[in-house]
Design a protein around this ligand. Structure first.
Ligand code: FPP
Length: 274
């Protein structure tokens, strides 16, 4: 403590040497600019641009999705190492069922392959897998792989890796409204008992902090039905990179940008009211 102010803690000093090995010299330079107190608790990502990445290379779209999984692995690794509490990724939306059948099939198979290959390493890294979305609608193989992943990692205490799967923000809000309406109908609560805190207990993300930072890759600037309720005060970044090209350094740069933003949550500044 100096003159009553708390000195911000540099993140890099807290990372074990063996974990630092995962970073290049440039990435370590970026890491050394991050402060523990200023890290977002919850990072959420719209992983967009797999198709365009493939098309640019005259490859089938599926090759882009496969490369997208590699980007996802990098990001999960960084988040686990630096102590992000929650990482949410938009893996499959309620609208993605409208894609050609074989692309849907490929994405589901890729999810199963990813979970089967990565679950041991996720578990060893203390990552807890969570799903936001309705998994009842998945094919039995995908559903089983998901349930196995949830079960295997349920007691882990590190990064919560929240996969938005068959997820849509409106669908989530409608479901929550139905659940609350049922409580009223059964006489368990009165209409006046309904407030934001009660309502969000019925969202898929119940118990998680709201996303502090939402990243969308590919340059598209829209939110596509992602975390509509939860993003009330999120910082949003649209990044001009296709998802398969998103590397560790790009995440670190986004975190540096985030820590320079002043969040006000509707007040004048963080000392408002003092
Ligand atoms: C958007 O790219 C991406 C998706 C719809 C799926 C994201 C999926 C992955 C990164 C891999 C699978 C996920 C897991 C958890 C294994 P797009 O196809 O919309 O790209 P485009 O806009 O360029 O066509």
């Amino acid at each position: 403590m100096l003159g009553g102010t708390i000195m911000p803690q540099l993140l890099v000093n807290e990372i074990p040497e063996k974990d630092l090995e995962a970073f290049s010299d440039l990435e370590r330079q970026y890491l050394s600019k991050l402060y523990i107190e200023k890290l977002p608790r919850h990072v959420a990502i719209i992983m967009d641009g797999n198709g365009r990445w493939a098309e640019k290379r005259m490859l089938p779209r599926n090759a882009g999705h496969r490369q997208g999984v590699e980007a996802l692995k990098r990001v999960v690794k960084v988040c686990a190492i630096i102590g992000i509490e929650v990482l949410t990724v938009y893996a499959f939306s309620t609208e993605n069922w409208r894609r050609p059948k074989r692309e849907v099939r490929f994405l589901m198979d890729l999810l199963v392959e990813y979970l089967e290959k990565e679950i041991v390493s996720l578990d060893e890294n203390n990552v807890k897998v969570k799903i936001s979305g309705n998994i009842e609608a998945l094919n039995p193989t995908a559903r089983d792989a998901v349930i196995k992943g949830l079960e295997k990692t349920k007691d882990n205490t590190g990064l919560i890796f929240n996969v938005a799967l068959n997820y849509g923000g409106r669908d989530e809000i409608v479901r929550a409204a139905q659940s609350v309406a049922r409580l009223v109908k059964n006489g368990d609560i009165s209409v006046e008992d309904i407030d934001a805190a009660l309502f969000e207990k019925f969202l898929f993300t119940a118990g998680l902090p709201d996303p502090d930072l939402i990243i969308r890759t590919s340059g598209e600037q829209r939110l596509s039905n992602f975390l509509l309720w939860q993003m009330a005060y999120s910082e949003i970044m649209f990044i001009n990179l296709l998802w398969p090209d998103f590397g560790k350094k790009d995440l670190l740069l986004a975190l540096i940008d985030f820590q320079q933003r002043q969040r006000r949550f509707g007040a004048l500044n963080h000392k408002d009211g003092e």
